[in-house]
Design a protein around this ligand. Structure first.
Ligand code: FMN
Length: 364
């Protein structure tokens, strides 16, 4: 499953690895001035791996990195987050995607979408704001072209991310996607589309309803619902989705944020407000994963601010069975292989031999 046939595949999903590290940068992101400098992205952020390095030269016994995610075995918990991996090919220049635990693909809608006008990326200290607007080639192209192309070089579990503007659209996309990937992730939390995704994730009734309807047609894939942090009571909405039949949850999507260009006296991005993500949001994501994990016994993919092996351990101790890495991959396309390399060292430092055993261990 991937972006295959297109000669300009990166522009299909609107974002890709940072410029300084390769030619695979998304063509449309070239128009996003803020993302042109890899060194400036996440201004103010320190080295992501300093805290995870140990001086220990001695090799510890090989630790167990594999995890169970709703009955699917992942060789490790590391997953590129939806929107930050396209349909797979973009990362081939950087590393073999078969090292991943699983891969979440760009959000897919019924119709092809060009996405929002540019600029649609803004920098922030330790994070970024995006307003891509679900740029994607549409479910039929994803099914007919992207998935078969990805399957030629990628052999680990796949997470298809589905978005919609109506319940009918979610249902139609999920019906077409069911069984083609191990997981379907229902994005009911995208802040970058008008009149659509956001509203489903913002109320318990709407989140339950869309989950219940989609559950009727998702018979083979595991159904995860990706929740918005932009709510008062995330546990209530999580409960509603689980009661409606979700196999698991992804927490969290982006926070709402904005920046102002003070010289031009207007918002930096064309849509004014976008989705804020990156290392700055890790504490929010940890808090929400923790709150939900304390209450509900469902598998959780933790997403939001993961940038180091240490963050992975923290997120899993909060209750995540696997983690998704988004914005940091755009700043540093090699972050996932780097985390994979650092994990055993961090585990050894913390006396962890099996990652599965630390899921949800953080308790008051
Ligand atoms: C450029 C960009 C595009 C994204 N597109 C999607 C998307 O299509 N579907 C979705 O569910 N989440 C999307 N997200 C949200 C991420 O998958 C992730 O949940 C969020 O950014 C928080 O993780 P992070 O702090 O590691 O970036 C996108 C995020 C970014 C930065």
């Amino acid at each position: 499953m991937n972006s295959a046939s297109s000669g300009n595949q990166s522009s299909e999903f609107g974002v890709g690895p940072s410029v300084a590290l390769g030619a695979a940068i998304a063509a449309n992101l070239r128009a996003d001035r803020a993302l042109m400098s890899d060194t400036k992205l996440f201004a103010g952020q320190g080295s992501e791996s300093d805290s995870t390095r140990s001086g220990c030269g001695k090799q510890d016994p090989v630790p167990e990195l594999s995890v169970d995610l709703a009955g699917v075995r992942l060789q490790n918990p590391l997953i590129p987050a939806s929107g930050c991996f396209g349909f797979g090919e973009e990362f081939l220049d950087f590393f073999d995607p078969n090292i991943l635990g699983a891969a979440a693909l760009k959000g897919t809608t019924r119709e092809p979408r060009e996405g929002n006008p540019t600029p649609r990326i803004a920098e922030t200290p330790s994070g970024m704001i995006n307003s891509i607007g679900l740029q994607n080639p549409g479910i039929d192209v994803v099914v007919a072209e992207r998935l078969p192309a990805l399957a030629k070089f990628y052999h680990q579990p796949v997470i298809m991310n589905v978005s919609g503007f109506s319940i009918d659209e979610y249902v139609e996309c999920c019906e077409k996607a069911d069984g083609l990937s191990e997981f379907i992730e229902l994005n009911i939390s995208c802040p970058n589309v008008h009149g659509g995704g956001m509203s489903f994730g913002a109320s318990c009734a709407a989140a339950s309803e869309v989950t219940r309807e989609v559950r009727q047609v998702v018979k083979e894939s595991k159904l995860f619902v990706k929740l918005s942090p932009n709510v008062t009571d995330v546990v209530e909405i999580a409960q509603g989705c689980v009661d409606a039949g979700a196999d698991g949850l992804t927490l969290i999507n982006t926070l709402l944020g904005m920046r102002i260009d003070v010289k031009r006296r207007c918002p930096v991005i064309a849509q004014s407000i976008g989705g804020f993500s990156g290392p700055a949001i890790l504490p929010v994501a940890l808090r929400m994963v923790y709150q939900v994990a304390q209450t509900l016994a469902v598998p959780i993919m933790g997403s939001g601010g993961i940038a180091t092996a240490h963050d992975v351990v923290e997120m899993m101790m909060a209750g995540a069975s696997a983690v998704q890495i988004g914005a940091e991959s755009l700043r540093n396309p090699l972050v996932i292989p780097q985390i994979l390399e650092q994990l055993p060292e961090v585990m050894a430092e913390l006396g962890i031999t099996n990652l599965q055993e630390i899921i949800g261990v953080a308790k008051q």
